[in-house]
Design a binder for this molecule. Sequence first.
Ligand SMILES: [Cu+2]
Length: 232
Amino acid sequence: MLSEWAIKPGTSRPDPNAMRDFSVLTMNARAFPGTAPLVAKTGDRVRIRFGNLSAMDHHPIHLHGHYFKIVATDGGQIPTSAQVPETTVLVPTGATRDIELLADAPGDWSMHCHMTHHVMNQMGHDVPNMVGMDPKGLKSKINSVVPGYMTMGDNGMGAVAEMRMAVPDNSIPMLGGDGPFGTITMGGMFTILKVRDDLSSYDDPGWYQAPQGTVATLATRSDITRDGIQIK
Ligand SMILES: [Cu+2]
Protein backbone atom coordinates (compact mmCIF):
# COMPACT_ATOMS: atom_id res chain seq x y z
CA MET A 1 0.00 0.00 0.00
CA LEU A 2 1.44 3.36 -1.10
CA SER A 3 0.76 6.37 1.15
CA GLU A 4 1.97 9.88 1.77
CA TRP A 5 1.72 11.77 5.03
CA ALA A 6 2.19 15.32 6.27
CA ILE A 7 4.10 14.80 9.51
CA LYS A 8 5.93 17.89 10.74
CA PRO A 9 9.33 17.06 12.32
CA GLY A 10 8.92 16.38 16.04
CA THR A 11 5.18 15.71 15.85
CA SER A 12 3.60 12.30 16.23
CA ARG A 13 0.41 12.71 14.19
CA PRO A 14 -0.08 13.37 10.48
CA ASP A 15 -1.70 16.69 9.61
CA PRO A 16 -5.06 15.68 8.06
CA ASN A 17 -5.57 19.08 6.44
CA ALA A 18 -2.44 19.07 4.28
CA MET A 19 -3.28 19.62 0.62
CA ARG A 20 0.11 19.18 -1.00
CA ASP A 21 2.91 19.47 1.56
CA PHE A 22 3.44 15.75 2.21
CA SER A 23 6.70 14.97 3.96
CA VAL A 24 6.80 11.19 4.53
CA LEU A 25 6.24 8.62 1.76
CA THR A 26 5.60 5.01 2.75
CA MET A 27 5.19 1.46 1.46
CA ASN A 28 2.96 -0.59 3.78
CA ALA A 29 3.17 2.33 6.23
CA ARG A 30 6.99 2.13 6.49
CA ALA A 31 9.62 4.47 5.05
CA PHE A 32 13.05 3.22 3.90
CA PRO A 33 15.24 2.07 5.63
CA GLY A 34 12.32 0.67 7.69
CA THR A 35 10.57 -1.02 4.76
CA ALA A 36 10.55 -4.84 4.61
CA PRO A 37 12.22 -6.46 1.58
CA LEU A 38 10.29 -8.69 -0.84
CA VAL A 39 11.87 -12.13 -1.02
CA ALA A 40 11.64 -14.54 -3.96
CA LYS A 41 13.35 -17.76 -4.99
CA THR A 42 14.97 -17.85 -8.43
CA GLY A 43 12.30 -19.11 -10.83
CA ASP A 44 9.35 -17.98 -8.68
CA ARG A 45 6.52 -16.31 -10.51
CA VAL A 46 5.79 -13.19 -8.48
CA ARG A 47 2.59 -11.15 -8.39
CA ILE A 48 2.64 -7.77 -6.63
CA ARG A 49 -0.54 -5.74 -6.09
CA PHE A 50 -0.05 -2.02 -5.51
CA GLY A 51 -2.79 0.12 -3.97
CA ASN A 52 -2.34 3.89 -3.91
CA LEU A 53 -3.89 5.49 -0.83
CA SER A 54 -2.28 8.90 -1.47
CA ALA A 55 -4.68 11.81 -1.66
CA MET A 56 -2.81 13.88 -4.21
CA ASP A 57 -0.11 11.93 -6.03
CA HIS A 58 0.35 9.15 -8.54
CA HIS A 59 3.34 6.87 -7.99
CA PRO A 60 5.36 5.41 -10.88
CA ILE A 61 6.81 2.31 -9.19
CA HIS A 62 10.01 1.09 -10.82
CA LEU A 63 11.70 -2.30 -10.42
CA HIS A 64 15.36 -2.97 -11.20
CA GLY A 65 16.79 -6.17 -12.66
CA HIS A 66 13.56 -7.55 -14.14
CA TYR A 67 10.75 -6.66 -16.48
CA PHE A 68 7.13 -7.33 -15.60
CA LYS A 69 3.68 -7.20 -17.12
CA ILE A 70 0.73 -5.24 -15.73
CA VAL A 71 -1.93 -7.95 -15.51
CA ALA A 72 -4.83 -6.31 -13.67
CA THR A 73 -6.34 -3.06 -12.44
CA ASP A 74 -9.04 -2.59 -9.80
CA GLY A 75 -11.43 -3.04 -12.73
CA GLY A 76 -10.30 -6.62 -13.37
CA GLN A 77 -7.88 -8.69 -15.43
CA ILE A 78 -6.14 -7.23 -18.47
CA PRO A 79 -6.40 -9.62 -21.47
CA THR A 80 -3.08 -11.38 -22.15
CA SER A 81 -2.97 -9.83 -25.63
CA ALA A 82 -2.96 -6.34 -24.07
CA GLN A 83 -0.17 -6.95 -21.54
CA VAL A 84 3.09 -5.25 -22.52
CA PRO A 85 6.52 -5.54 -20.90
CA GLU A 86 7.28 -2.74 -18.46
CA THR A 87 9.80 -1.81 -15.79
CA THR A 88 7.66 0.97 -14.28
CA VAL A 89 3.96 0.92 -13.42
CA LEU A 90 2.04 4.14 -12.78
CA VAL A 91 -0.31 3.57 -9.85
CA PRO A 92 -2.91 6.37 -9.92
CA THR A 93 -4.42 7.93 -6.80
CA GLY A 94 -7.10 5.66 -5.35
CA ALA A 95 -6.35 2.77 -7.73
CA THR A 96 -4.69 -0.65 -7.77
CA ARG A 97 -2.35 -2.22 -10.30
CA ASP A 98 -1.21 -5.86 -10.31
CA ILE A 99 2.10 -6.82 -11.89
CA GLU A 100 3.58 -10.24 -12.57
CA LEU A 101 7.18 -11.16 -13.17
CA LEU A 102 9.48 -14.13 -13.35
CA ALA A 103 12.16 -13.71 -10.68
CA ASP A 104 15.04 -14.99 -12.79
CA ALA A 105 17.92 -12.75 -11.69
CA PRO A 106 19.49 -13.57 -8.31
CA GLY A 107 20.49 -10.41 -6.45
CA ASP A 108 19.19 -7.40 -4.54
CA TRP A 109 17.03 -5.16 -6.73
CA SER A 110 15.61 -1.75 -5.83
CA MET A 111 11.86 -1.28 -6.13
CA HIS A 112 10.81 2.31 -5.58
CA CYS A 113 8.74 5.28 -6.67
CA HIS A 114 10.46 6.92 -9.62
CA MET A 115 9.58 10.46 -8.51
CA THR A 116 12.88 11.62 -7.05
CA HIS A 117 11.39 13.44 -4.08
CA HIS A 118 9.31 10.37 -3.13
CA VAL A 119 12.47 8.44 -2.20
CA MET A 120 13.33 10.94 0.54
CA ASN A 121 11.93 11.51 3.99
CA GLN A 122 11.16 14.99 5.36
CA MET A 123 10.35 16.30 1.92
CA GLY A 124 9.24 19.94 1.98
CA HIS A 125 8.18 22.62 -0.44
CA ASP A 126 9.04 25.68 1.65
CA VAL A 127 12.83 25.79 1.14
CA PRO A 128 14.23 27.25 -2.12
CA ASN A 129 16.17 24.86 -4.36
CA MET A 130 19.89 25.55 -3.79
CA VAL A 131 21.33 23.37 -6.57
CA GLY A 132 24.09 25.23 -8.44
CA MET A 133 24.17 28.20 -6.05
CA ASP A 134 27.42 29.46 -4.56
CA PRO A 135 26.76 29.52 -0.80
CA LYS A 136 30.27 30.81 0.07
CA GLY A 137 30.13 33.12 3.06
CA LEU A 138 26.46 32.40 3.72
CA LYS A 139 27.14 29.94 6.54
CA SER A 140 29.18 32.30 8.70
CA LYS A 141 26.69 35.14 8.21
CA ILE A 142 23.70 33.00 9.21
CA ASN A 143 25.67 31.31 12.04
CA SER A 144 25.93 34.67 13.79
CA VAL A 145 22.14 34.62 14.25
CA VAL A 146 21.42 30.86 14.07
CA PRO A 147 24.24 28.89 15.74
CA GLY A 148 24.76 25.47 14.16
CA TYR A 149 23.17 26.43 10.82
CA MET A 150 24.51 24.50 7.81
CA THR A 151 24.07 25.35 4.12
CA MET A 152 22.96 22.25 2.24
CA GLY A 153 21.73 21.29 -1.19
CA ASP A 154 23.94 23.41 -3.47
CA ASN A 155 25.48 20.14 -4.67
CA GLY A 156 22.42 17.87 -4.32
CA MET A 157 21.33 16.17 -1.12
CA GLY A 158 23.15 12.81 -1.26
CA ALA A 159 25.72 13.83 1.35
CA VAL A 160 22.96 14.22 3.95
CA ALA A 161 22.68 10.43 4.10
CA GLU A 162 26.24 10.15 5.43
CA MET A 163 25.86 12.83 8.11
CA ARG A 164 23.69 10.81 10.51
CA MET A 165 22.53 14.13 11.95
CA ALA A 166 20.52 14.16 15.18
CA VAL A 167 16.81 14.57 14.45
CA PRO A 168 13.89 15.55 16.71
CA ASP A 169 12.00 12.83 18.58
CA ASN A 170 9.30 11.21 16.43
CA SER A 171 11.25 12.08 13.26
CA ILE A 172 13.35 10.11 10.82
CA PRO A 173 16.43 11.28 8.89
CA MET A 174 15.91 12.58 5.38
CA LEU A 175 17.94 9.82 3.70
CA GLY A 176 20.10 6.86 4.39
CA GLY A 177 20.08 3.17 5.15
CA ASP A 178 22.94 0.73 5.59
CA GLY A 179 23.81 -1.23 2.44
CA PRO A 180 26.39 -3.88 1.53
CA PHE A 181 28.69 -1.26 -0.07
CA GLY A 182 28.05 1.64 2.33
CA THR A 183 25.18 4.05 2.79
CA ILE A 184 22.16 3.78 0.49
CA THR A 185 21.15 7.39 -0.21
CA MET A 186 17.44 6.61 -0.32
CA GLY A 187 14.43 7.01 1.94
CA GLY A 188 10.66 6.97 1.70
CA MET A 189 8.93 4.85 -0.94
CA PHE A 190 11.80 2.44 -1.52
CA THR A 191 12.28 -1.26 -0.85
CA ILE A 192 14.35 -4.15 -2.20
CA LEU A 193 13.38 -7.32 -4.08
CA LYS A 194 15.77 -10.06 -2.93
CA VAL A 195 16.02 -13.01 -5.31
CA ARG A 196 18.00 -16.05 -4.19
CA ASP A 197 18.83 -19.47 -5.67
CA ASP A 198 18.56 -21.13 -2.27
CA LEU A 199 15.96 -20.17 0.30
CA SER A 200 14.81 -22.07 3.35
CA SER A 201 12.13 -19.45 4.14
CA TYR A 202 10.81 -16.17 2.80
CA ASP A 203 12.32 -14.22 5.72
CA ASP A 204 14.89 -11.51 4.90
CA PRO A 205 17.96 -13.47 3.68
CA GLY A 206 20.37 -10.56 4.30
CA TRP A 207 22.51 -9.00 1.57
CA TYR A 208 23.30 -10.83 -1.66
CA GLN A 209 26.75 -12.41 -1.82
CA ALA A 210 27.71 -11.47 -5.38
CA PRO A 211 29.80 -14.10 -7.24
CA GLN A 212 33.43 -13.13 -7.67
CA GLY A 213 34.03 -10.89 -10.67
CA THR A 214 30.46 -9.58 -10.87
CA VAL A 215 30.85 -6.44 -8.74
CA ALA A 216 32.04 -3.18 -10.33
CA THR A 217 35.38 -1.82 -9.10
CA LEU A 218 37.20 1.46 -9.56
CA ALA A 219 39.07 1.44 -12.88
CA THR A 220 42.86 1.35 -12.53
CA ARG A 221 45.27 3.26 -14.77
CA SER A 222 46.02 0.11 -16.74
CA ASP A 223 42.28 -0.66 -17.18
CA ILE A 224 41.80 2.78 -18.67
CA THR A 225 44.77 2.63 -21.04
CA ARG A 226 43.74 -0.90 -22.10
CA ASP A 227 40.38 0.61 -23.16
CA GLY A 228 42.24 3.07 -25.39
CA ILE A 229 41.62 6.20 -23.31
CA GLN A 230 44.58 8.55 -22.97
CA ILE A 231 45.26 9.80 -19.45
CA LYS A 232 46.65 13.31 -19.30
CU1 LIG B 1 5.68 8.53 -5.63
